[in-house]
Design a protein around this ligand. Structure first.
Ligand SMILES: *[C@@H]1O[C@H](CO)[C@@H](O)[C@H](O)[C@H]1NC(C)=O
Ligand SMILES: *[C@@H]1O[C@H](CO)[C@@H](O)[C@H](O)[C@H]1NC(C)=O
Ligand SMILES: *[C@@H]1O[C@H](CO)[C@@H](O)[C@H](O)[C@H]1NC(C)=O
Ligand SMILES: *[C@@H]1O[C@H](CO)[C@@H](O)[C@H](O)[C@H]1NC(C)=O
Ligand SMILES: *[C@@H]1O[C@H](CO)[C@@H](O)[C@H](O)[C@H]1NC(C)=O
Length: 242
């Protein structure tokens, strides 16, 4: 069980993104009941985006790292980066994917890379700041899009909120992460209403505990080695940015 958890931590970022974009998996469906509470009492995309004008220039070319998340499950700590999508990339999404309901690829305005192998295309909607997000996993399995609101709040934090189930996360530029001293203030600034909340500081504490446990009690296993090797080789985007 502990072993599974350690392994799962390395992959949380992926799992979370998969859950976001895959409305159809059994695991996701089974969590819908626990999500009801969240939906009732959390900030909605409409609340978040009312009276808000999104300018995509404010989010590109920044290494965004999660510092706070409100979520039904353990949270990940991914790093994201946005860029304007190359036309050839948009064409690849357009020609290879058959998304239902269909999206208008002409409105692809941002491409999101993460610290995992998963990336995503963001297609704008009629509501400024609300996007249809199509993950690169759609190239391997049939998935649909997920709708998310993206908002930049002073002094420069980024909120991403999933519109159906109202879970989400807040990111700060990698070099301006809130620390233990100012994280409460940073979270307060976001103005997010939710009963579920976790910070990356808590998550890193748990991760460190698990790593210590692994060292003390367990021998390395092939799976774990594989994950570590990937990181060392710098095969993921996150390593490449540094
Ligand atoms: C939402 O919050 C209200 C007021 O605090 C509470 O009465 C209600 O039970 C909550 N809903 C759920 C599903 O937890
Ligand atoms: C919308 O924003 C403008 C400019 O910040 C502000 O003057 C106005 O009161 C806001 N309206 C609402 C309904 O919040
Ligand atoms: C997308 O843009 C192309 C070229 O301008 C146009 O022919 C096509 O009709 C547009 N598609 C949609 C769904 O708007
Ligand atoms: C995802 O699931 C929710 C709840 O069942 C539904 O309202 C929404 O339309 C679905 N989204 C997509 C893109 O299929
Ligand atoms: C997290 O949620 C709890 C329970 O609703 C709340 O008391 C607390 O103020 C929240 N913390 C933050 C940082 O929002």
């Amino acid at each position: 069980m502990y072993f599974f958890k350690i392994w799962a931590f390395s992959l949380l970022c992926i799992d979370f993104l998969l859950a976001l974009v895959d409305n159809t998996t059994e695991t996701y469906k089974s969590t819908i009941d626990s999500l009801k509470e969240m939906v009732e009492n959390s900030t909605s995309c409409e609340d978040l985006l009312s009276n808000y004008t999104f300018d995509q220039k404010t989010v590109i070319d920044v290494d965004w790292k999660m510092f706070f998340y409100w979520n039904y499950d353990d949270g990940p700590s991914c790093v994201f980066k946005f860029s304007p999508p190359y036309p050839v990339l948009i064409d690849r999404y357009r020609s290879e994917l058959n998304i239902t309901p269909p999206v208008n690829w002409n409105n692809s305005i941002l491409f999101m890379e993460t610290s995992t192998d998963v990336s995503a295309m963001l297609v704008s909607t009629d509501v400024l700041g609300k996007f249809r997000i199509i993950s690169s996993t759609a190239f391997e399995v049939d998935t649909s899009y997920t709708e998310m609101a993206i908002k930049v709040v002073p002094p420069g934090y980024l909120i991403m909120l999933q519109c159906d189930f109202r879970f989400g996360f807040a990111l700060a530029p990698y070099d301006k992460m809130p620390n233990e001293k100012n994280i409460d203030e940073a979270v307060h600034t976001l103005g997010i209403k939710s009963n579920y909340n976790k910070t990356y500081i808590y998550e890193e504490f748990i991760e460190a505990q698990l790593a210590a446990f692994e060292e003390d009690h367990l021998k390395p296993d092939d799976d774990v080695d594989d994950v570590d090797d990937d990181d060392e080789e710098g095969t993921n985007e996150y390593m490449d940015w540094e």
